[in-house]
Design a protein around this ligand. Structure first.
Ligand code: ASP
Length: 590
């Protein structure tokens, strides 16, 4: 037997017991003849002590232990003289009688403790060492807990976990595919799934009724915004359902996850907001509703007063920032520069301050009387001490800029506490999105999303304005300004699916070549169905109160899509290339 207990387990009630522990040496130090060693495993850390009066060879062995040696120790549990309230095992220590070195370790390249001294790159290269650190162990434990909650909930709700293939044909989630050459079919390629979308719909055609999978998906995207080329979805599909059924089912799942993993109760039912309201009031389809500071349109209130900047644009909008009237001239100039950065893209910033003494100070005093400014302030429900910030321009673009500014001001005011959770559903998305550059429609969700039945007449119209009005029973689950998942009620009729491809400008031949299998399947009695998928990595990160998903993935890739630990991607040898009948062009030196 290697151990009687783990390194996080012993407490005062174990005092006097003879126990054996096994784990890694986190650190060893000498103090007045005594040797203290912290031994760690994934359950915790226990302090070991080798008394100065212990046999000389034991003292010598204890002092020779290096960091990350794997040891097995036997000793008696003692009450500590100086207790450490911060450690769960801090009331006790283990008086060591014997040490068995199970394995030595070379000196690790960084400290393996709660906080490490190692930079990101070195920790990525030695990921297996970084994974020994408690924060990463907690992150993966949370991920595991959530996965178990998901499985047990969905099983109880009658969902079947069914695996779908990885070597497939393109799935239309709007990103670039990763492709895999086929040796047996030279010159032909598989695509790795961006999602199991078509397969889960085919499972509905096949009568499986309720499907789920915690599944790896692959998207060859630029990785700047904390994305991973391979990531995990909680992918689900249900037959004979309407939007209401899907939302209720997955609200239940989320409620259970929050309760059982975090002890947090989320509202029942969850709030819902239409896509249009989200855009109008928060300038984003993933609003952070932990705080108010909503966007108000004030176009009517400011136009016609001779201020050409406002008169020449279709939209003027504002937010009211609590307590910001104290901003100095310099701080306002800095904020103006901030909104002018390309990441925000505003042309300028107008402010209206409601000073504590009741006076109003604004950058547009020249064009508006104090009463007119006071009326705007009242419309925004501003209080003394607040500052109103105004942007103008094209409607959606300006709302978006105001949304970015709102988040910035919310952060500055401490309104975005990661331990506060404000989930909601965004519903009633437009079905299609017009792209000026390519002069065509794109599916806002994906091409399998159905128009709302009451909007079908517009869906079959040839007029752009009609098509722009079509909404879908599509929904996103949003938490604290992040989209955690989304889905829709699907098309289940072959003709409607063909019409969708037509609207998207995909030729009959192309649709047939890429998606003939699903159009065909819909001819054989496809049930009405719908579903959704959650981004599991991000769910874990947000539940853990973190912004980046990397810590919640055991072996992630870096921003260049590289796994620096195994050094991949890498070249393959000529034999493999020959078998695949692939010629690699010589790489130009950069
Ligand atoms: N396949 C979709 C996605 O990956 C989700 C869904 O519609 O179920 O975003």
């Amino acid at each position: 037997m290697y151990r009687t207990h783990n390194c996080g387990e012993l407490r005062l009630e174990n005092v006097g017991q003879k126990v054996t522990l096994a784990g890694w040496v986190q650190k060893a130090r000498k103090l007045g003849g005594m040797t203290f060693i912290d031994i760690r495993d994934r359950y915790g850390i226990t302090q070991l002590v080798v008394d100065a009066a212990a046999p000389a060879d034991l003292v010598e062995l204890a002092t020779s232990l290096g960091r990350e040696y794997v040891i097995q120790v036997t000793g008696t549990v003692l009450e500590r003289q100086s207790k450490n309230a911060k450690m769960p095992t801090g009331d006790i220590e283990l008086g060591i009688e014997s040490i068995n070195v199970l394995n030595k370790s070379v000196t690790p390249p960084f400290t393996i403790e709660e906080e490490s001294d190692g930079g990101e790159d070195i920790r990525a290269k030695y990921r297996y060492l970084d994974l020994r650190r408690p924060p990463l162990q907690r992150a993966l434990a949370l991920r595991h807990r959530l996965a178990q909650e998901i499985r047990s909930y969905l099983d109880q709700e009658g969902f079947m976990e069914i695996e779908t293939p990885y070597l497939i044909k393109s799935t239309p989630e709007g990103a670039r595919d990763f492709v895999v050459p086929s040796r047996m079919n030279p010159g032909q390629f598989y695509a790795l799934p961006q999602s199991p979308q078509t397969f889960k719909q085919l499972l509905m055609v096949a009568g499986y009724d309720r499907y789920f999978q915690i599944v790896r998906c692959f998207r060859d995207e630029d990785l700047r915004a904390d994305r991973q080329p391979e990531f995990t979805q909680i992918d689900c599909e249900m037959s004979f359902v309407e939007q209401e059924d899907v939302l209720n089912t997955f609200e239940g799942m989320m409620r259970r996850m929050f309760k059982n993993a975090l002890g947090v109760d989320i509202p029942d039912p969850l709030p819902r907001m239409s896509w249009y309201d989200a855009m109008d009031y928060y300038g984003s389809d993933k609003p952070d509703v932990r705080f108010g500071m909503k966007i108000h349109e004030i176009t009517d209130k400011v136009q016609g007063h001779g201020f050409s900047v406002f008169d020449s644009v279709p939209y003027v909008g504002a937010i009211c920032v609590d307590g910001a009237a104290s901003y100095t001239r310099k701080e306002i100039d800095q904020l103006t520069d901030w909104v002018k950065r390309p990441q925000v893209g505003a042309k300028g910033l107008v402010y209206i301050k409601l000073n504590e003494d009741g006076s109003i100070k604004s950058s547009i005093d020249k064009f508006y009387s104090a009463d007119e400014l006071a009326a705007i302030a009242e419309y925004l429900e501003a209080k003394k001490g607040d500052m109103i910030l105004v942007l103008c321009g094209a409607k959606r673009k300006t709302q978006n800029q105001l949304g970015v500014l709102r988040l910035e001001m919310g952060s500055r005011l401490g309104y975005r506490d990661p331990k506060v959770f404000a989930p909601l559903w965004i519903v009633d998305f437009p079905l299609l999105e017009w792209d000026d550059e390519t002069q065509r429609f794109y599916a806002m969700h994906h091409p399998f999303t159905a128009p709302k039945p009451e909007h079908e007449q517009w869906f079959y119209s040839d007029k752009k304005e009609d098509l722009e009005r079509v909404c879908a029973n599509a929904y996103d689950f949003v938490l604290n300004g992040t989209e955690l998942g989304g889905g829709s009620i699907r098309i289940h009729n072959a003709d409607m699916q063909a019409r969708m491809f037509e609207v998207l400008g995909i030729s009959k031949e192309d649709a047939e070549y890429k998606f003939g299998f699903i159009i065909n399947a819909f001819k054989y009695g496809a049930p009405p169905h719908g579903g959704l998928a959650f981004g599991f990595d991000r769910v874990c990160a947000l539940f853990g109160g973190q912004e980046t998903i990397r810590d919640y993935i055991a072996f992630p890739k870096n921003n260049q899509g590289r796994d620096v630990m195994i050094d991949s991607p890498s070249q393959i040898d000529q034999l493999q290339l020959d078998e695949l009948q692939i010629d690699v062009r010589p790489q130009s030196a950069e």
